[in-house]
Ligand binder design. Structure first.
Ligand code: KIV
Length: 285
């Protein structure tokens, strides 16, 4: 082989190894569980913030259907559609250089029939470019989850407080406090694990139950309001950045107070416009 061809081949090999090893995969997440390395997951709904979160090194970007609340201002997650989720997910996928991108399948996109669920999962993968989908619940949707996995799409399960069932639960309270519901949740987690889910999200359940589930399944378990005994944690980005003053459940930690900073910056801008100090000569052409 000529020297130039050899060099090109070498560069190609180095680049492809680097690209493969720098992108998070479902296999790597399983490995992290085995090695006891905690997994960080955060929601993201747009290119700009997702770029920052990805650059900071988060393992998984979740385009949650919480976008319905956070982005669209709805009271519940129920109204957001497949096409709206795809629109938001595209921006996050473009931003993700390292993290695995998981998108929520919204309410109504997988409950009607197995065929409908598989079609919508394929549509989300094809049109948004996400790596995997997340689905709430177990019993009623297990055959659909199995079919989606058989179609080659990684599925993240979601048990405990499943916000798409808010009207059935009658609110966002702690789930699985009672023995019967806790036993059912453990059983469901095992079923989802056996069905091949690459990961499970457990939302707002007692910490000891979440730890028990984590030890009982082979796939990584990510908690939100589920204590410290899971394989990783997820929070809604806008909540942990303190962008949402009105929402402070017990499980939420504010890692920043951006609402105050945004308001202060906007206040300064308004004053500068009103007193004509913005733009100055250096900011003008
Ligand atoms: O939609 C969402 O943001 C979620 C997380 C809270 C896990 O499902």
């Amino acid at each position: 082989m000529k020297k130039k061809q050899y060099l090109c081949a070498l560069i190609w090999i180095i680049m492809s190894v680097h690209t493969q090893s720098s992108r998070m995969t479902t296999a790597r997440l399983r490995q992290m569980k085995k090695e006891g390395e905690k997994i960080s997951m955060l929601t993201s709904y747009d290119f700009t913030l997702a770029s920052l979160v990805d650059e900071a090194g988060v393992d998984v970007l979740l385009v949650g259907d919480s976008a319905s609340n956070v982005v669209c201002g709805n009271q519940y997650t129920l109204p957001i559609t497949v096409d709206e989720m795809i629109f938001l997910t595209r921006g996050v996928v473009r931003a993700a250089k390292h993290a695995l991108v998981v998108a929520d399948m919204p309410f109504g996109s997988y409950q009607i029939s197995e065929e409908d669920g598989v079609r919508n999962a394929i549509k989300m993968i094809k049109e948004s470019g996400c790596d995997a989908v997340k689905i709430e619940g177990c019993e009623d949707v297990l055959p659909t989850i199995r079919h989606i996995i058989q179609a080659g799409i990684p599925v993240c399960g979601h048990l405990g407080l499943t916000p798409q069932s808010v009207n059935q639960f009658g609110g966002y309270g702690l789930r699985a406090k009672e023995k019967a519901e806790a036993e059912k949740l453990l059983h469901d987690a095992k079923l989802l694990d056996e069905a091949g889910c690459f990961c499970l999200v457990l939302e707002k359940i007692p910490a000891d139950l979440a730890a028990k589930v984590t030890a009982a399944v082979s796939c990584p378990v990510i908690g939100i309001g589920a204590g410290n005994g899971t394989d990783g944690q997820v929070l809604v980005l806008h909540d942990m950045l303190g962008l949402n003053h009105g929402f402070k459940p017990k499980f939420l930690r504010h890692f920043a107070h951006l609402a105050d900073e945004v308001k202060a910056a906007v206040g300064e801008y308004i004053n500068a416009v009103k007193d004509s100090s913005f733009p100055n000569s250096e900011e003008s052409y």
